[in-house]
Design a protein around this ligand. Structure first.
Ligand SMILES: Nc1ncnc2c1ncn2[C@@H]1O[C@H](COP(=O)(O)OP(=O)(O)OP(=O)(O)O)[C@@H](O)[C@H]1O
Length: 259
């Protein structure tokens, strides 16, 4: 887990009057799980979109993002998968869940429909969502947590090296949140993926990631291993964030990671 996967240098992003990111320097190491923590408007999604090459055309970008491990800018769906907050909008309501997951495998792995469908079946089983009939279910027939499982299966269908989860659990209740975090954790470990976990919830993230990076007002305040940031935060805002989070004193969601 030491190869440099992505290197962000002096990245600034501006939308008209708004400076969403201010000269960010941040590295991502291959196979690590990095949480981007910050309150609403701190620039988390802008960073994710910048990495994914998905910023709107009006965004003004300075600085550099390089991908030493890939050797090229990542291709959406192929080199990285994206899981958004609301699977209700990221899933196509007209396609069955089998078709949504198969589509990524077909398009990016060059599989025929039969093979892609078999891969979808395997992935939906992997995210614990399969009775055979479920392949033909439509998104509206599933719960929010089940839809997020489909979105995760679709995001990893092409075996991407990087998975970006942008507030992927924020719309879910606490129990389902814990299940989805557990699922993401086991998938990235088993597949050797790098995970960028974007959240406003430091307690949720610190239960399973390797490192955290704390953002505020478009600036990166600090980044470091989760244990050292939690035990001795370098920035007073991070300290306040930790102090204000009662959940941090409760057992972590994934106990063995913290033991
Ligand atoms: N397309 C856009 N056009 C104009 N301003 C934008 C756009 N996208 C984001 N912004 C602004 O950039 C700043 C950072 O937004 P961003 O969505 O990156 O923050 P965030 O930390 O992800 O917030 P949230 O958790 O609420 O999604 C905010 O002030 C936001 O209003």
């Amino acid at each position: 887990m030491t190869a440099l996967f992505c290197c962000v240098k002096g990245l600034s992003v501006r939308y008209e009057q708004e400076t969403a990111l201010k000269s960010i320097d941040l590295d991502l190491v291959g196979g690590e799980r990095l949480a981007i923590i910050g309150e609403s408007g701190s620039g988390k999604s802008t960073l994710a979109r910048a990495l994914a090459g998905l910023l709107p055309v009006q965004a003004r970008i300075e600085g550099n993002i390089s991908w030493p491990a890939l050797g090229h800018a990542p291709l959406p769906g192929r080199d990285f998968g994206f899981v958004f907050q609301d699977p209700g909008t990221s899933l196509n309501p007209m396609l069955t869940i089998g078709e949504q997951v198969a589509e990524g495998a077909r398009r990016h792995l060059g599989l025929g429909w039969r093979q892609a469908y078999a891969r979808a079946e395997e992935l939906l089983e992997r995210v614990s969502l399969l009775q055979p009939t479920n392949m033909r279910a439509f998104p509206h027939q599933l719960s929010g947590g089940q839809r997020q499982r489909v979105a995760i299966a679709a995001a990893i269908a092409a075996r991407p090296a990087l998975l970006i989860a942008d507030e992927a659990t924020s719309a879910l209740d606490v129990v389902v949140q814990a299940e989805i975090v557990g699922l993401l954790d086991s998938l990235v470990r088993e597949e050797g993926m790098t995970l960028l976990f974007i959240t406003h919830d430091i307690a949720l993230a610190s239960g399973f990631v390797d490192r955290v990076a704390v953002f505020r007002g478009g600036a990166l305040l600090e980044a470091g291993p989760v244990r050292s940031v939690l035990s001795s935060p370098a920035n007073s805002y991070t300290a306040a964030l930790i102090a204000n989070h009662r959940d941090l004193s409760t057992p972590p969601l994934i106990a063995e990671v913290m033991s």
